[in-house]
Design a protein. Structure first.
Length: 147
């Protein structure tokens, strides 16, 4: 299985909420690093938690709009725009994700978001992802116009 195939398998499993399948795509003790903050999510349990929490911010996560994709047998790059409406229950998590106050979460509920994202990843000889670096662009949020 190529690096691209492994990457797409975990993306599809995550989209469907099949977290055991997502976990199986990752080497047991490897890391997912958010760049440039340097936050590291080490091991399958923490990686799956990161992914599930990010997906929970949206009521409906629209299909990824890929911009660039490249892969070899071991390394890959996947760049896309993530977008969808912000769920009322996920608004607080989304506010924390984009670095705004929890007080702003009420204004975020029901609004649309767009976040450009780029992943650079490595697949080891066993066919599991053993390194991910995730680069997030500046989120764009459509808020209602006031006064």
């Amino acid at each position: 299985m190529s690096a691209r195939d492994v990457w797409h398998a975990q993306m599809e499993a995550g989209r469907l909420g099949r977290w055991d399948e997502v976990a199986a795509c990752f080497a047991p003790s490897r890391a997912w690093t958010l760049m440039p903050t340097g936050a590291v999510f080490q091991g399958r349990r923490r990686i799956v938690g990161l992914m599930a929490g990010g997906l929970d911010a949206a009521a409906v996560r629209e299909a990824a709009e890929p911009h660039s994709e490249f892969a070899t047998d071991g390394w890959g790059l996947f760049e896309y725009t993530s977008r969808g409406p912000i769920d009322a229950e996920g608004a607080g998590r989304f506010a924390a994700l984009i670095g705004t106050s929890a007080d702003d979460s009420g204004a975020l509920a029901g609004q649309r978001f767009e976040v450009p994202v780029c992943f650079i990843y490595h697949v080891d000889a066993t066919g599991q992802i053993d390194e991910v670096r995730e680069y997030l662009g500046r989120p764009a949020i459509t808020l209602p116009l006031t006064g």
